[in-house]
Design a protein around this ligand. Structure first.
Ligand code: G3P
Length: 229
C-alpha cells in the first residue's frame, strides 16, 4: 500500500516526508488555490520534497489544451504525474499521454464503468472519490471494492488510488480491500499514528525509566568505552 498525501501545503508535505513513509502526493486545482502560491513553483517544490509521483491537474477542457498543459507540466520535474478529469476529452488525453510514456492519474471517478474506461486508456492511476460518494448517501468503499475486483478480473495494470479519504476508518477499509494507493489529507495521516494505549504505554515506560536515574546515552557510552578499552 502506497501512502500519498493529498495537499499542496509544503509544511504538511515536509513533515509527512520526514516520517519516511510518504510515497507520493496528489494535488488538485482546489488544493492549489487554497495555498495562494504559484502553481508551477509549488509543484516543483513538492516534487523535490517527495521524490516520488506528484499529481498535477490540467484545467483545459479540450484534449488539445490538456495536452499542451500536460507537456509543459511534465517539464517542471520528472516526478510530475498528469491528472486529468474523467470526461471524454480527459480520456482521449490520457490515451495519448500514456502512449508517450507519461504517467496519468484519472480523477473524479464515481463508477466502475468509468474506472474501466480509464484503465483501457492506459491510466497509471484511477482515483475513485470515496468520501464524495458517501456524501451522496451511497457507499464509497463498496465502489472501491468493485473497482479492485473488476481490475483483477481483467488484469488491468492501472493502480487504484483511493481518494477523498475523510477518516482513518476509510483508510483501514481501503487497505483491507487492497487498494494499491491511498491519498490522505495530512490530518488523517497523523491520526493513523494514534492509539491511546501507545500513549499510555509510552508514558508508563518513561515514568519507570525515571527511577533508573540515568540517561540511555550515558550508560551506553560507559559500557562501550569500558569494552573498547
Ligand atoms: O484529491 C482529490 C480528492 O482527494 C478530494 O477530496 O475531500 O475534496 O472530497 P475531497
Amino acid at each position: 500500500m502506497q501512502f500519498f498525501i493529498d495537499t499542496a501545503n509544503l509544511d504538511e508535505i515536509r513533515e509527512a516526508a520526514s516520517w519516511g513513509i510518504l510515497d507520493g502526493c496528489t494535488t488538485n486545482p482546489s488544493l492549489i488555490a487554497r495555498e495562494g502560491r504559484d502553481f508551477a513553483e509549488t509543484i516543483y517544490e513538492i516534487c523535490e520534497i517527495v521524490q516520488g509521483p506528484v499529481s498535477a491537474e490540467v484545467v483545459a477542457q479540450d484534449s488539445e489544451g490538456m495536452l499542451r498543459e500536460a507537456r509543459l507540466l511534465r517539464q517542471i520535474h520528472e516526478h510530475v504525474v498528469i491528472k486529468v478529469p474523467l470526461i471524454p476529452e480527459g480520456i482521449k488525453t490520457c490515451k495519448v499521454l500514456a502512449s508517450e510514456g507519461t504517467p496519468v492519474n484519472v480523477t473524479l471517478c464515481f463508477s466502475v464503468n468509468q474506472a474501466v474506461i480509464a484503465a483501457k486508456a492506459g491510466a497509471t492511476y484511477i482515483s475513485p472519490f470515496i468520501g464524495r460518494i458517501d456524501d451522496t448517501g451511497h457507499d464509497g468503499l463498496a465502489l472501491l471494492q468493485d473497482i479492485v475486483s473488476v481490475y483483477d478480473n481483467y488484469f488491468f495494470d492501472t493502480k487504484v488510488l483511493a481518494a477523498s479519504i475523510r477518516h482513518s476508518q476509510h483508510m483501514l477499509e481501503a487497505m483491507r480491500i487492497g487498494s494499491h494507493v491511498a491519498t490522505l489529507p495530512f490530518k488523517i495521516m497523523k491520526q493513523m499514528f494514534g492509539h491511546p494505549l501507545t500513549d499510555k504505554g509510552n508514558a508508563g515506560f518513561l515514568a519507570d525509566w525515571e527511577t533508573v536515574g540515568e540517561d540511555v546515552e550515558t550508560t551506553a557510552r560507559r559500557f562501550l568505552d569500558r569494552r573498547n578499552g
